[in-house]
Design a protein around this ligand. Structure first.
Ligand code: GUN
Ligand code: ZN
Length: 429
Protein backbone atom coordinates (compact mmCIF):
# COMPACT_ATOMS: atom_id res chain seq x y z
CA UNK A 1 0.00 0.00 0.00
CA UNK A 2 1.42 3.39 -0.89
CA UNK A 3 -1.18 5.86 0.21
CA UNK A 4 1.04 7.95 2.46
CA UNK A 5 3.80 10.42 1.62
CA UNK A 6 6.84 10.02 3.84
CA UNK A 7 9.51 12.72 4.21
CA UNK A 8 12.65 12.15 6.22
CA UNK A 9 14.87 14.98 7.44
CA UNK A 10 15.38 17.39 10.32
CA UNK A 11 11.95 18.67 11.29
CA UNK A 12 11.07 21.73 13.35
CA UNK A 13 7.78 23.28 14.38
CA UNK A 14 6.41 25.13 17.40
CA UNK A 15 4.00 23.65 19.87
CA UNK A 16 2.16 25.17 22.79
CA UNK A 17 2.20 23.43 26.14
CA UNK A 18 0.96 24.47 29.57
CA UNK A 19 4.38 26.05 30.16
CA UNK A 20 4.32 28.10 26.93
CA UNK A 21 5.72 27.86 23.42
CA UNK A 22 8.25 25.15 22.80
CA UNK A 23 10.25 23.99 19.80
CA UNK A 24 9.46 20.45 18.66
CA UNK A 25 12.62 19.31 16.91
CA UNK A 26 13.56 15.97 15.43
CA UNK A 27 17.11 16.01 14.15
CA UNK A 28 16.37 12.82 12.24
CA UNK A 29 12.63 12.99 11.80
CA UNK A 30 9.86 11.60 9.66
CA UNK A 31 6.81 13.46 8.45
CA UNK A 32 3.85 11.29 7.48
CA UNK A 33 1.22 12.79 5.19
CA UNK A 34 -1.95 11.31 3.81
CA UNK A 35 -3.47 13.29 0.97
CA UNK A 36 -3.69 16.90 2.06
CA UNK A 37 -3.09 16.43 5.76
CA UNK A 38 -0.43 15.64 8.32
CA UNK A 39 -0.83 12.23 9.91
CA UNK A 40 2.11 12.36 12.27
CA UNK A 41 5.55 13.88 12.74
CA UNK A 42 8.20 12.35 14.97
CA UNK A 43 11.57 10.64 15.24
CA UNK A 44 12.59 8.62 12.19
CA UNK A 45 13.53 5.49 14.15
CA UNK A 46 10.13 5.21 15.78
CA UNK A 47 7.88 6.28 12.91
CA UNK A 48 9.67 4.47 10.10
CA UNK A 49 9.01 1.17 11.88
CA UNK A 50 5.29 1.90 11.72
CA UNK A 51 4.97 3.62 8.36
CA UNK A 52 7.71 2.41 6.00
CA UNK A 53 5.34 -0.12 4.44
CA UNK A 54 2.91 2.71 3.62
CA UNK A 55 5.05 4.34 0.96
CA UNK A 56 8.54 5.16 -0.19
CA UNK A 57 10.53 7.61 1.86
CA UNK A 58 11.90 10.84 0.36
CA UNK A 59 15.03 11.83 2.27
CA UNK A 60 15.91 15.55 2.51
CA UNK A 61 19.53 15.52 3.63
CA UNK A 62 21.14 18.63 5.17
CA UNK A 63 17.73 20.22 5.20
CA UNK A 64 15.21 21.53 7.69
CA UNK A 65 11.53 20.82 7.16
CA UNK A 66 9.27 23.40 8.82
CA UNK A 67 5.75 24.81 8.42
CA UNK A 68 5.21 27.32 5.61
CA UNK A 69 5.54 30.92 6.78
CA UNK A 70 2.39 32.95 7.42
CA UNK A 71 2.54 36.66 6.60
CA UNK A 72 -0.15 38.41 8.64
CA UNK A 73 -0.11 41.81 6.88
CA UNK A 74 0.83 42.52 3.27
CA UNK A 75 -0.48 44.47 0.24
CA UNK A 76 -0.52 42.57 -3.06
CA UNK A 77 -1.05 45.71 -5.21
CA UNK A 78 2.21 47.06 -3.79
CA UNK A 79 4.30 44.36 -5.51
CA UNK A 80 5.95 47.05 -7.65
CA UNK A 81 5.86 49.77 -4.96
CA UNK A 82 8.49 47.83 -3.00
CA UNK A 83 11.72 49.81 -2.50
CA UNK A 84 10.38 53.24 -3.49
CA UNK A 85 12.92 55.83 -2.51
CA UNK A 86 13.04 58.15 0.42
CA UNK A 87 9.67 59.05 1.97
CA UNK A 88 7.85 58.70 5.23
CA UNK A 89 4.43 57.07 5.36
CA UNK A 90 2.01 59.77 4.19
CA UNK A 91 4.23 61.08 1.40
CA UNK A 92 5.03 57.51 0.31
CA UNK A 93 1.31 56.72 0.11
CA UNK A 94 0.59 59.72 -2.12
CA UNK A 95 3.73 59.63 -4.21
CA UNK A 96 3.99 55.92 -4.96
CA UNK A 97 1.24 53.75 -3.50
CA UNK A 98 -1.91 55.60 -4.55
CA UNK A 99 -0.45 56.01 -8.04
CA UNK A 100 0.26 52.29 -8.47
CA UNK A 101 -2.98 51.09 -6.86
CA UNK A 102 -5.04 52.95 -9.48
CA UNK A 103 -3.68 50.53 -12.10
CA UNK A 104 -5.67 47.77 -10.41
CA UNK A 105 -8.91 49.02 -11.94
CA UNK A 106 -7.62 47.03 -14.92
CA UNK A 107 -8.42 43.37 -14.16
CA UNK A 108 -5.80 42.09 -16.55
CA UNK A 109 -3.05 44.09 -14.88
CA UNK A 110 -4.31 43.09 -11.44
CA UNK A 111 -4.38 39.41 -12.44
CA UNK A 112 -0.81 39.59 -13.72
CA UNK A 113 0.45 41.16 -10.50
CA UNK A 114 -1.53 38.66 -8.39
CA UNK A 115 0.35 35.80 -10.08
CA UNK A 116 3.73 37.49 -9.66
CA UNK A 117 2.92 38.24 -6.04
CA UNK A 118 1.98 34.63 -5.28
CA UNK A 119 5.10 33.36 -7.09
CA UNK A 120 7.19 35.64 -4.90
CA UNK A 121 5.48 34.55 -1.68
CA UNK A 122 6.00 30.90 -2.54
CA UNK A 123 9.64 31.23 -3.50
CA UNK A 124 10.18 32.85 -0.10
CA UNK A 125 8.44 29.97 1.67
CA UNK A 126 5.29 31.90 2.57
CA UNK A 127 2.26 29.68 2.05
CA UNK A 128 -0.44 31.84 3.68
CA UNK A 129 -0.92 35.61 3.88
CA UNK A 130 -3.55 38.13 4.79
CA UNK A 131 -3.43 40.74 2.08
CA UNK A 132 -4.96 44.10 1.31
CA UNK A 133 -6.21 44.33 -2.26
CA UNK A 134 -6.95 47.62 -4.06
CA UNK A 135 -10.26 49.48 -3.71
CA UNK A 136 -11.63 47.91 -6.93
CA UNK A 137 -13.82 44.88 -6.46
CA UNK A 138 -12.23 43.12 -9.44
CA UNK A 139 -8.79 43.39 -7.82
CA UNK A 140 -10.12 41.03 -5.13
CA UNK A 141 -11.74 38.64 -7.61
CA UNK A 142 -8.53 38.13 -9.56
CA UNK A 143 -6.51 37.68 -6.39
CA UNK A 144 -8.80 35.02 -4.95
CA UNK A 145 -8.98 33.25 -8.33
CA UNK A 146 -5.19 33.10 -8.51
CA UNK A 147 -4.89 31.79 -4.93
CA UNK A 148 -7.65 29.23 -5.52
CA UNK A 149 -5.86 27.80 -8.57
CA UNK A 150 -2.83 27.18 -6.37
CA UNK A 151 -4.83 25.73 -3.46
CA UNK A 152 -3.34 28.36 -1.15
CA UNK A 153 -4.90 29.34 2.16
CA UNK A 154 -5.31 33.09 1.71
CA UNK A 155 -7.20 35.89 3.40
CA UNK A 156 -7.89 39.10 1.50
CA UNK A 157 -10.22 42.07 1.27
CA UNK A 158 -11.17 45.08 -0.80
CA UNK A 159 -9.69 48.31 0.54
CA UNK A 160 -12.47 50.63 1.71
CA UNK A 161 -11.46 54.27 1.25
CA UNK A 162 -13.86 57.17 0.72
CA UNK A 163 -11.71 60.26 1.37
CA UNK A 164 -8.19 61.70 1.38
CA UNK A 165 -7.05 59.69 -1.63
CA UNK A 166 -7.20 60.33 -5.41
CA UNK A 167 -10.79 60.35 -6.69
CA UNK A 168 -10.07 57.35 -8.92
CA UNK A 169 -9.25 55.22 -5.88
CA UNK A 170 -12.11 56.35 -3.66
CA UNK A 171 -15.31 54.39 -3.23
CA UNK A 172 -18.23 55.67 -1.20
CA UNK A 173 -20.10 54.49 1.86
CA UNK A 174 -22.77 52.53 -0.01
CA UNK A 175 -20.63 51.04 -2.76
CA UNK A 176 -17.86 49.97 -0.35
CA UNK A 177 -20.44 48.19 1.79
CA UNK A 178 -22.20 46.57 -1.17
CA UNK A 179 -18.97 45.51 -2.93
CA UNK A 180 -17.45 44.10 0.24
CA UNK A 181 -20.66 42.21 0.99
CA UNK A 182 -20.88 40.62 -2.43
CA UNK A 183 -17.19 39.64 -2.22
CA UNK A 184 -17.82 38.02 1.16
CA UNK A 185 -20.74 36.08 -0.30
CA UNK A 186 -18.67 35.00 -3.28
CA UNK A 187 -15.35 34.11 -1.64
CA UNK A 188 -15.55 33.75 2.13
CA UNK A 189 -14.94 30.14 3.19
CA UNK A 190 -14.71 29.04 -0.43
CA UNK A 191 -12.19 26.20 -0.04
CA UNK A 192 -9.15 27.68 1.66
CA UNK A 193 -10.07 31.32 1.02
CA UNK A 194 -11.50 33.75 3.52
CA UNK A 195 -12.39 37.40 3.66
CA UNK A 196 -11.16 40.34 5.72
CA UNK A 197 -13.13 43.59 5.84
CA UNK A 198 -10.45 46.14 4.95
CA UNK A 199 -10.88 49.82 5.76
CA UNK A 200 -7.40 51.11 4.81
CA UNK A 201 -6.99 53.29 7.94
CA UNK A 202 -9.01 55.91 9.78
CA UNK A 203 -7.71 58.90 7.73
CA UNK A 204 -9.05 57.51 4.43
CA UNK A 205 -12.47 56.55 5.75
CA UNK A 206 -15.33 58.73 6.90
CA UNK A 207 -17.00 57.77 10.13
CA UNK A 208 -19.96 56.58 8.06
CA UNK A 209 -17.75 54.16 6.15
CA UNK A 210 -16.22 52.71 9.32
CA UNK A 211 -19.73 52.18 10.68
CA UNK A 212 -20.64 50.23 7.54
CA UNK A 213 -17.44 48.19 7.89
CA UNK A 214 -18.57 47.29 11.42
CA UNK A 215 -22.00 46.35 10.06
CA UNK A 216 -20.32 43.85 7.73
CA UNK A 217 -18.54 42.30 10.73
CA UNK A 218 -21.82 42.00 12.61
CA UNK A 219 -23.55 40.42 9.62
CA UNK A 220 -20.65 38.04 8.96
CA UNK A 221 -19.22 37.20 12.39
CA UNK A 222 -16.47 34.90 11.11
CA UNK A 223 -14.85 37.34 8.67
CA UNK A 224 -11.72 39.16 9.84
CA UNK A 225 -10.92 42.85 9.91
CA UNK A 226 -7.57 44.29 8.80
CA UNK A 227 -6.39 47.88 9.01
CA UNK A 228 -3.52 50.09 10.18
CA UNK A 229 -2.99 51.70 13.60
CA UNK A 230 -0.40 53.96 15.24
CA UNK A 231 2.27 53.54 12.58
CA UNK A 232 3.59 57.07 12.24
CA UNK A 233 3.44 60.30 14.30
CA UNK A 234 2.07 62.48 11.47
CA UNK A 235 -0.62 59.89 10.84
CA UNK A 236 -1.60 59.93 14.50
CA UNK A 237 -1.78 63.75 14.59
CA UNK A 238 -3.95 63.61 11.47
CA UNK A 239 -6.36 61.13 13.06
CA UNK A 240 -6.67 63.51 16.02
CA UNK A 241 -7.70 66.31 13.64
CA UNK A 242 -10.10 64.14 11.66
CA UNK A 243 -11.70 62.45 14.67
CA UNK A 244 -11.51 65.10 17.45
CA UNK A 245 -14.31 63.61 19.50
CA UNK A 246 -12.46 60.28 20.07
CA UNK A 247 -10.01 59.66 22.93
CA UNK A 248 -7.24 58.22 20.76
CA UNK A 249 -6.59 56.43 17.45
CA UNK A 250 -7.64 52.97 18.65
CA UNK A 251 -10.76 54.52 20.19
CA UNK A 252 -11.95 55.43 16.67
CA UNK A 253 -11.96 51.78 15.62
CA UNK A 254 -13.14 50.58 19.02
CA UNK A 255 -16.14 52.91 19.44
CA UNK A 256 -17.22 52.37 15.84
CA UNK A 257 -17.34 48.59 16.30
CA UNK A 258 -14.12 47.46 14.63
CA UNK A 259 -12.18 46.08 17.61
CA UNK A 260 -12.29 42.45 18.72
CA UNK A 261 -10.68 39.02 18.49
CA UNK A 262 -11.07 38.87 14.70
CA UNK A 263 -9.49 42.29 14.13
CA UNK A 264 -5.83 42.53 13.12
CA UNK A 265 -4.18 45.93 13.48
CA UNK A 266 -0.99 46.53 11.53
CA UNK A 267 2.01 48.30 13.14
CA UNK A 268 0.85 49.56 16.58
CA UNK A 269 4.13 51.34 17.32
CA UNK A 270 2.90 54.35 19.26
CA UNK A 271 0.19 52.94 21.50
CA UNK A 272 -0.76 54.81 24.65
CA UNK A 273 -1.46 52.96 27.89
CA UNK A 274 -5.19 53.46 27.34
CA UNK A 275 -4.88 51.93 23.88
CA UNK A 276 -2.90 48.93 25.12
CA UNK A 277 -5.55 48.33 27.77
CA UNK A 278 -8.49 48.51 25.38
CA UNK A 279 -6.72 46.38 22.78
CA UNK A 280 -6.18 43.74 25.45
CA UNK A 281 -9.74 44.01 26.79
CA UNK A 282 -11.18 43.56 23.31
CA UNK A 283 -8.73 40.70 22.45
CA UNK A 284 -7.72 42.64 19.35
CA UNK A 285 -4.70 41.27 17.47
CA UNK A 286 -1.53 42.93 16.17
CA UNK A 287 0.67 42.42 13.11
CA UNK A 288 4.16 43.85 13.66
CA UNK A 289 6.03 44.96 10.56
CA UNK A 290 9.72 45.58 11.32
CA UNK A 291 11.05 45.76 7.74
CA UNK A 292 8.40 48.34 6.85
CA UNK A 293 8.91 50.35 10.03
CA UNK A 294 12.64 50.61 9.39
CA UNK A 295 12.29 51.20 5.63
CA UNK A 296 9.77 54.05 6.06
CA UNK A 297 11.46 55.26 9.25
CA UNK A 298 8.20 54.87 11.15
CA UNK A 299 9.66 53.82 14.50
CA UNK A 300 10.39 50.89 16.80
CA UNK A 301 7.54 48.70 18.02
CA UNK A 302 7.52 47.50 21.62
CA UNK A 303 7.03 43.73 21.51
CA UNK A 304 7.55 43.36 25.26
CA UNK A 305 4.87 45.96 26.06
CA UNK A 306 2.33 44.30 23.77
CA UNK A 307 3.10 40.96 25.37
CA UNK A 308 2.92 42.37 28.89
CA UNK A 309 -0.68 43.37 28.18
CA UNK A 310 -1.39 39.87 26.87
CA UNK A 311 -2.04 41.08 23.32
CA UNK A 312 -1.56 38.40 20.63
CA UNK A 313 1.00 39.44 18.02
CA UNK A 314 2.51 38.07 14.83
CA UNK A 315 5.18 39.30 12.43
CA UNK A 316 4.46 40.54 8.93
CA UNK A 317 6.28 41.90 5.87
CA UNK A 318 3.91 44.77 4.97
CA UNK A 319 5.24 44.73 1.39
CA UNK A 320 5.47 47.34 -0.28
CA UNK A 321 6.15 49.44 2.87
CA UNK A 322 8.32 46.47 3.79
CA UNK A 323 11.28 46.03 1.44
CA UNK A 324 11.39 42.23 1.46
CA UNK A 325 9.04 39.29 0.93
CA UNK A 326 11.32 37.11 3.04
CA UNK A 327 10.14 36.24 6.53
CA UNK A 328 13.82 35.59 7.31
CA UNK A 329 14.39 39.32 6.73
CA UNK A 330 11.34 40.15 8.82
CA UNK A 331 12.69 38.07 11.73
CA UNK A 332 16.18 39.55 11.27
CA UNK A 333 14.88 43.09 11.53
CA UNK A 334 12.47 42.25 14.35
CA UNK A 335 15.50 41.02 16.28
CA UNK A 336 17.26 44.34 15.70
CA UNK A 337 14.19 46.39 16.67
CA UNK A 338 14.14 44.44 19.95
CA UNK A 339 17.89 45.01 20.41
CA UNK A 340 17.38 48.75 19.99
CA UNK A 341 14.74 48.47 22.72
CA UNK A 342 17.30 46.76 24.96
CA UNK A 343 16.17 43.11 24.85
CA UNK A 344 16.51 40.04 22.67
CA UNK A 345 14.04 38.26 20.41
CA UNK A 346 14.47 34.57 21.10
CA UNK A 347 14.86 32.65 17.81
CA UNK A 348 12.20 30.05 18.63
CA UNK A 349 9.84 32.94 19.43
CA UNK A 350 10.72 34.59 16.11
CA UNK A 351 9.77 31.44 14.18
CA UNK A 352 6.65 31.09 16.34
CA UNK A 353 5.63 34.65 15.37
CA UNK A 354 5.91 33.77 11.67
CA UNK A 355 4.11 30.40 11.90
CA UNK A 356 1.82 29.28 14.73
CA UNK A 357 1.33 32.71 16.33
CA UNK A 358 0.44 34.16 12.93
CA UNK A 359 -2.04 31.33 12.38
CA UNK A 360 -3.64 32.20 15.73
CA UNK A 361 -3.78 35.91 14.95
CA UNK A 362 -5.54 35.06 11.67
CA UNK A 363 -7.83 32.51 13.33
CA UNK A 364 -6.60 29.62 11.18
CA UNK A 365 -4.55 27.72 13.77
CA UNK A 366 -6.95 24.79 13.62
CA UNK A 367 -5.77 24.30 10.00
CA UNK A 368 -2.15 25.48 9.75
CA UNK A 369 0.80 26.86 11.73
CA UNK A 370 2.48 23.66 12.88
CA UNK A 371 2.55 19.92 12.27
CA UNK A 372 -0.12 18.70 14.67
CA UNK A 373 -2.00 15.67 13.38
CA UNK A 374 -4.71 16.44 10.87
CA UNK A 375 -3.51 19.94 10.02
CA UNK A 376 -3.14 20.86 6.36
CA UNK A 377 0.23 19.88 4.94
CA UNK A 378 1.74 23.26 4.03
CA UNK A 379 5.46 22.95 4.61
CA UNK A 380 8.81 24.10 3.32
CA UNK A 381 12.19 22.43 2.96
CA UNK A 382 15.16 24.64 3.76
CA UNK A 383 18.59 23.83 2.31
CA UNK A 384 21.12 24.17 5.12
CA UNK A 385 23.91 24.26 2.53
CA UNK A 386 22.27 27.07 0.59
CA UNK A 387 25.25 29.38 1.04
CA UNK A 388 28.79 28.59 2.06
CA UNK A 389 28.50 30.95 5.03
CA UNK A 390 25.36 29.26 6.32
CA UNK A 391 26.90 25.84 5.74
CA UNK A 392 29.97 26.82 7.77
CA UNK A 393 27.99 28.57 10.46
CA UNK A 394 25.68 25.53 10.85
CA UNK A 395 28.69 23.53 12.01
CA UNK A 396 28.91 25.80 15.07
CA UNK A 397 25.22 25.45 15.99
CA UNK A 398 24.86 23.53 19.22
CA UNK A 399 21.08 23.29 19.44
CA UNK A 400 17.88 24.15 17.58
CA UNK A 401 17.87 27.74 18.91
CA UNK A 402 21.37 28.32 17.53
CA UNK A 403 20.38 26.80 14.21
CA UNK A 404 17.23 28.92 13.94
CA UNK A 405 19.11 32.08 14.89
CA UNK A 406 21.63 31.46 12.14
CA UNK A 407 18.80 31.00 9.62
CA UNK A 408 16.90 34.11 10.66
CA UNK A 409 19.98 36.32 10.56
CA UNK A 410 21.67 34.93 7.43
CA UNK A 411 18.75 33.42 5.52
CA UNK A 412 16.80 34.57 2.49
CA UNK A 413 14.96 32.93 -0.41
CA UNK A 414 18.08 30.94 -1.34
CA UNK A 415 17.33 28.74 1.68
CA UNK A 416 13.92 27.73 0.34
CA UNK A 417 14.49 24.56 -1.64
CA UNK A 418 10.97 23.16 -1.92
CA UNK A 419 7.49 24.32 -0.97
CA UNK A 420 4.52 22.00 -0.42
CA UNK A 421 0.93 23.20 -0.43
CA UNK A 422 -1.74 20.79 0.79
CA UNK A 423 0.75 17.97 0.46
CA UNK A 424 1.66 18.76 -3.14
CA UNK A 425 5.02 20.15 -4.26
CA UNK A 426 4.32 23.71 -5.51
CA UNK A 427 7.89 24.89 -5.94
CA UNK A 428 11.38 23.48 -6.36
CA UNK A 429 14.31 25.90 -6.50
N1 GUN B 1 -1.36 53.11 6.19
C1 GUN B 1 -2.37 53.26 5.32
N2 GUN B 1 -2.14 52.62 4.16
C2 GUN B 1 -0.95 52.03 4.30
C3 GUN B 1 -0.16 51.22 3.45
O1 GUN B 1 -0.51 50.90 2.31
N3 GUN B 1 1.03 50.79 3.95
C4 GUN B 1 1.44 51.12 5.21
N4 GUN B 1 2.61 50.66 5.65
N5 GUN B 1 0.73 51.89 6.01
C5 GUN B 1 -0.45 52.33 5.58
ZN1 ZN C 1 0.14 47.85 5.57
Amino acid sequence: MTNHSLYRGSIFHCIETSSGVEPAYHEDGLMVIKGERIVEVGGYAELSARYSSEGSIVHFKDSLIMPGFIDSHIHYPQYKVISSYGSSLLEWLNKYTFVEEQKFSDSEYAAKIAELFLDELIKNGTTTAMTFCASYKQSVDVFFSAAEKRNMRMIAGKVMMDRNAPAGLCDDIDSSYADSKSLIEKWHNKGRLSYAVTPRFAPTSTEGQLIQAAKLLTEHPDVLLQTHLNENSEEIAWVKELYPEFNNYFDVYDKLGLSGPSSVFGHCIYNTVDEYKRMAETSSKVALCPTSNLFLGSGLFALNELESYGIDVALASDVGGGDSFSMFDVMNQAYKVCRLNGYNLDPVKAFYLTTLAAAKVLGVDDSIGNFESNKEADFIVLDLNATELIRQKMQTATDISDLLFCLMMLGDDRLVDEVYILGQCAYKK
